[in-house]
Design a protein around this ligand. Structure first.
Ligand code: MTE
Ligand code: MO
Length: 354
């Protein structure tokens, strides 16, 4: 039985741009649920913060009873929570949109998964005392630079209910070690279920506000614009869409006749993955795959497998399709949008048997 674990390759991060540094994970070669640090994708809007810009503490201010400064030591002394959470860039697979769109030309690897440990944001906000009438919480990273003609910091907001969800955490560990510099050391917001633009790295300021936040990374970018020119019908990018990928076999490979364990990942930002189907006949008929997911980690990517008896020589197109517990499934063609977010079209690989 072949399942790809025996393929002798040493994968590497694929550089999409050097400055700022944007790199894809070789998703096909990650055999575990956790992506090792050296293969974790990177997505940056600016240069990395310099040593003197790295935050020493997090300030909580705005519409609160008292301002609070939290050091790493204080955070580590508070009750901790560990969650396995995938980060997927909203622009993952943008290069697959047809007609094409502008933006970083991500293929399939603008996603990775880690175990994040930190403190629930709600505990920290309680220390500051959120005032009645608060509406959103704004998160500021320590990185900044020129963006559309102005000097900008990376800032994003969350509606109060998402900010107060106990699984929204301020993380300090990634895969049981301090978060690496490039992934947000020393503090990073983790927003399970949302596309990764929400998970602000190098978190230095948390500001509670009584109105709605506007900013280039909130109300210009990370917005679905359904039309090529007008802004009509625009919607903010929030939850990850239900999605999946095939890790084995690899596109364009030749397989020996026999049993092959087709495998891959499936994930969703809302609900849980409750079905993965595989097609071996060009998406005409579908069969259920076996899903393996740790019940204690509801946000984790689900690993799926399907035993294929490849008895007939020939060329095959293998598709996979995931469905979540609220009945959403992957489309053949996802909704086109001007900035190319949320691509979750059904994926396929083409192989030859014999
Ligand atoms: N946080 C800050 N401070 N600056 C950024 O540019 N990029 C966001 C998010 N958080 C970003 C950020 C986006 S769009 C993504 S996809 C993820 O970080 C990427 O996280 P990673 O580089 O750890 O993979
Ligand atoms: Mo992103």
């Amino acid at each position: 039985t072949a399942n790809g674990d025996n393929i002798k390759v040493k994968p590497h991060l694929l550089t999409v741009s050097l400055e700022p540094e944007n790199q894809e994970t070789p998703v096909h070669f990650i055999n575990e649920a956790i992506t090792p640090e050296d293969l974790f994708f990177k997505r940056n809007h600016f240069s990395y913060p310099t040593a003197s810009q790295i935050p020493q503490s997090i300030r909580i201010d705005g519409f609160v009873r008292r301002n609070v400064d939290l050091s790493l030591q204080t955070l580590r002394s508070l009750p901790a929570k560990s969650l396995v959470v995938p980060l997927e860039c909203a622009g993952n697979r943008r290069a697959l949109f047809d007609p094409g769109v502008y933006g970083v030309r991500w293929q399939r690897g603008a996603m990775s998964q880690a175990e994040w440990k930190g403190v629930s944001l709600i505990h920290l906000l309680r220390l500051a005392g959120v005032k009645e009438g608060a509406k959103e919480v704004v998160f500021e990273g320590a990185d900044s630079g020129e963006y559309k003609g102005k000097r900008r910091a990376y800032r994003r907001s969350l509606p109060l209910d998402k900010a107060l969800h106990p699984d929204t955490i301020v993380a300090y560990d990634m895969n049981r070690r301090p978060i690496p510099l490039k992934h947000g050391y020393p503090f990073r917001l983790i927003v399970p279920g949302w596309y990764a633009m929400a998970s602000v790295k190098w978190l230095q300021k948390i500001t509670v506000i009584p109105d709605t936040f506007e900013g280039p990374f909130q109300t210009d970018d990370y917005v679905y614009y359904p039309h090529p020119e007008s802004d009509d019908g625009k919607l903010p990018v929030t939850f990850m869409k239900v999605n999946s990928l095939i890790q084995y076999p690899i596109d364009y490979s030749v397989l020996e006749k026999g049993v092959h364990v087709i495998k891959g990942w499936a994930w969703t930002g809302e609900g849980t993955v409750n079905r993965v189907e595989v097609s071996l006949d060009g998406a005409r008929t579908w069969k259920s795959a076996r899903i393996r997911q740790d019940a204690s980690q509801p946000y984790s990517v689900a690993m799926w497998t399907y035993q294929w008896h490849a008895v007939q020589e020939g060329e095959y197109t293998i598709h996979c399709r995931a469905t979540n517990s609220i009945g959403q499934s992957q489309p053949v063609q996802p909704k086109w949008n001007r900035l190319g977010y949320g691509y979750n079209g059904i994926a396929c690989v083409r192989v030859k048997v014999g």
